[in-house]
Write a protein that binds this ligand. Structure first.
Ligand code: V47
Length: 380
């Protein structure tokens, strides 16, 4: 055993490249691009995880966060036709759907209880749905569910709406904010590298536009999450580049709350010939992100994508969040996910406890939620 900082007895790494990285981690120093590559290439998963766990416990102690949320996908009609996606459909496809506003409001209310603290709302890029439709949707949700936080629309949907309406991104975001959007989810980031983006999601905004849209959201007071889609045709360099671009923006704005690594699910997509990621890759994606994204307060192991079991193990490899109850997830299930579509609070809490962590229910902004039997109170 090697002695590190006073509380850390470092393991003897089977990968010698981890030793200089461990010294930086213990000293709280920033890791470089090359460190990121070494971490992605290392087979010493326990070593990488050990280091990620140091950072995780430094930031969140023994707590694992979750929330009680509901996903709503108002439409799967999408003009983008991304190769990575099994969810989006052309409008003429008879199996495509678009909810009316009444259907969105009704869906939000199905199974609703005072316990739901967040609606996570994303959908396809629908050519006929303009910003006024979205404004009415958000206003209607706020009227009906005033205490529920609206985490809605990815940077990609915002960029598409802005272009469609011939508005600036700032004005689009201001209108969305003023109609009820409280924060933005992290989707649509995929991989920022142009070469990969051109193949997997050619018609989406590019990486720079994603970053600038997030910057603008943060500037007007909307916090957001960030994601990276890995396990398709990207290289390790692309992944590290992606994470460091997120880190640089976070240095500027401080507006990101959580990073969520998303494993590519190939089934039912035009890239279905690719193999699915392994548990090893998924755990490592969590750990490396915790180490590189030193300025992100939280790393989420999204149980829908990783399976509840891997998301549980990830709580010892850098993650401090497991997402929420979800209810009716479509994007991953259309791409072949075999995970359940919802977990109850007690199931999530059990997963967390069995990982030796302390479950803490949070709202979207990571304020602890205190409950009595029926009411929801935010304890700040
Ligand atoms: O943007 C689409 C990805 C994202 C596939 O912010 C796919 O709290 C894998 O962003 N295989 C949507 N991934 C999910 C997302 C998310 C999830 C949970 C929490 C939060 C948050 C955000 O899913 C898309 C895209 O990157 N995706 N198709 C697929 N076949």
């Amino acid at each position: 055993m090697l002695r590190g900082e006073k509380d850390h007895v470092l393991p003897r790494f089977s990968d010698p490249r981890l030793l200089p990285i461990s010294e930086k981690v213990v000293a709280g120093q920033r890791l470089s691009f090359d460190d990121g590559i070494a971490l992605y290439r290392s087979h010493d998963l326990l070593g990488v995880g050990y280091l990620a766990n140091i950072v995780r416990e430094r930031l969140s102690g023994n707590v694992t966060y979750y929330n009680v949320n509901r996903h709503i996908n108002p439409t799967d009609v999408c003009v983008a036709a991304c190769k990575l996606c099994a969810f989006g459909k052309q409008k003429r496809n008879p199996t495509s759907y678009t909810m009316s506003l009444e259907q969105v409001w009704h869906t939000a209310g199905v199974g609703y209880s005072e316990q739901v603290s967040e609606f996570h709302i994303v959908g396809g890029l629908h050519p006929q749905l303009g910003i006024e439709w979205f404004e009415r949707m958000f206003r209607g949700l706020k009227e009906r569910f005033p205490s529920v936080h609206l985490k809605a629309l990815t940077m990609v949907e915002v960029g598409y709406l802005a272009r469609r309406e011939k508005l600036s991104v700032r004005d689009t975001l201001l209108r969305l904010r003023d109609s009820g959007v409280d924060s933005l989810p992290g989707g649509g980031a995929e991989i920022f590298a142009d070469r990969v983006r051109r193949i997997i999601c050619d018609h989406k905004i590019d990486g720079d536009e994603w970053i600038e849209t997030a910057r603008t959201a943060h500037e007007i007071g909307l916090q957001s999450n960030a994601t990276m889609l890995y396990g398709h045709i990207e290289t390790e360099e692309d992944r590290v580049d992606h994470l460091l671009r997120l880190r640089a923006l976070q240095d500027d704005t401080g507006g990101f709350q959580t990073y969520i690594p998303l494993a590519f699910h190939p089934q039912n997509t035009p890239m279905r010939h690719l193999p699915a990621t392994s548990g090893f890759q998924d755990i490592r994606a969590v750990a490396v992100s915790r180490l590189l994204l030193d300025n992100f307060p939280h790393i989420k192991a999204y149980w829908i994508m990783m399976t509840p079991k891997i998301a549980q193990v990830a709580q010892r490899f850098g993650a401090d969040d497991i997402d929420g109850t979800v209810v009716e997830e479509k994007i991953y299930h259309d791409a072949g996910a075999t995970t359940p579509q919802a977990l109850r609070r007690d199931q999530i809490e059990r997963l967390i406890r069995k990982a030796g962590r302390e479950p803490t229910e949070r709202d979207t902004l990571y304020r602890p939620v205190r409950r009595d039997d029926t009411t929801l109170a935010i304890a700040v």
